[in-house]
Design a protein around this ligand. Structure first.
Ligand SMILES: Cc1ncc(COP(=O)(O)OP(=O)(O)O)c(N)n1
Ligand SMILES: Cc1nc(C(=O)O)sc1CCOP(=O)(O)O
Ligand SMILES: [Mg+2]
Length: 236
């Protein structure tokens, strides 16, 4: 899918733009993980989550809202790039187009307060998919139409300590988005776990993003496998 093996992270030929978008369209389970610096088990954790069925893996390490320094982010992404390559999953970078370009990421994720999509495209080129966070029906509609955007997320579905201070539009935004039948893939995010997933599916989402439901699980592989099975239950 992407480069990034060995002592330094290098940009290598990855998937074509079409291959990335096909895999994105098939994806159901998207995980954001921190670098697990204290636990020191990032490679083992990533292997477990991906073996359980995670389709997209993003590095999102923001303790108290503060992102990792670039060198630490590149080192963690090298580990995740190798894991994604082992499992055929998509690697996503959060916020930073320069780092996405450097590691040959499949996906760059941008929020409402991040750099404009048009600028990100000039940096990363056409191949990587770009995703957008949305928190209202107006933002979701804009993300569905904005040039250069390949998928979007709606949330938070529930208030979450992972993104403190963000007002939750709740499942109403999921229902409204599902009702508008977007042409681009979209994911529900925020406070989703195994117990709440049936409500999210009932509201009309087919894809989800999670953090704690897998990062804080005693058995990340089993947690991912359970979510993945529930998400794919309706697939033929
Ligand atoms: C897949 C995915 N969805 C949403 C977010 C949140 O992005 P953003 O609003 O820019 O907040 P930060 O994560 O950057 O703090 C995301 N990272 N990934
Ligand atoms: C990173 C992030 N973005 C959100 C958004 O609504 O855009 S909610 C969120 C955190 C999701 O974490 P958890 O699964 O632990 O609740
Ligand atoms: Mg962001």
């Amino acid at each position: 899918m992407h480069g990034g093996a060995g002592g330094t992270v290098t940009t290598m030929p990855g998937c074509t733009a079409d291959q990335i978008r096909n895999r994105l369209s098939d994806a159901r389970l998207y995980l954001c993980t921190d670098a697990r610096t204290e636990r020191g088990d990032l490679a083992e954790f990533a292997d477990a989550a991906l073996a359980g069925g995670v389709d997209i893996l993003q590095l999102r390490d923001k303790r108290d809202g503060v992102p990792l320094e670039a060198a630490a982010e590149l080192a963690a992404l090298e580990v995740l790039a190798e894991a994604c390559a082992r499992h055929g999953a998509l690697l996503a970078v959060n916020d930073r187009a320069d780092i996405a370009l450097e590691v040959g990421a499949d996906i760059l994720h941008l929020g409402q307060d991040d750099i404009p999509v048009s600028l990100a495209r000039r940096i990363v080129g056409q191949a990587p998919a770009i995703g957008r966070s949305t928190h209202s029906t107006a933002q979701a509609r804009a993300a569905e139409q904005e040039a250069g955007v390949d998928y979007f997320c709606t949330g938070p579905c529930w208030p979450t300590p992972t993104k403190e201070g963000r007002t939750a539009p709740g499942l109403d935004l999921v229902r409204a988005t599902a009702g508008s039948a977007p042409q681009r893939p979209w994911f529900a995010i925020g406070g989703i776990d195994r117990a709440r997933l049936p409500e999210v599916l009932e509201a009309g989402a087919q894809r989800i993003v999670v953090v704690r439901a897998i990062t804080e699980a005693d058995d990340p592989r089993a947690a991912a496998a359970e979510l993945s099975a529930m998400l794919r239950d309706g697939d033929s």
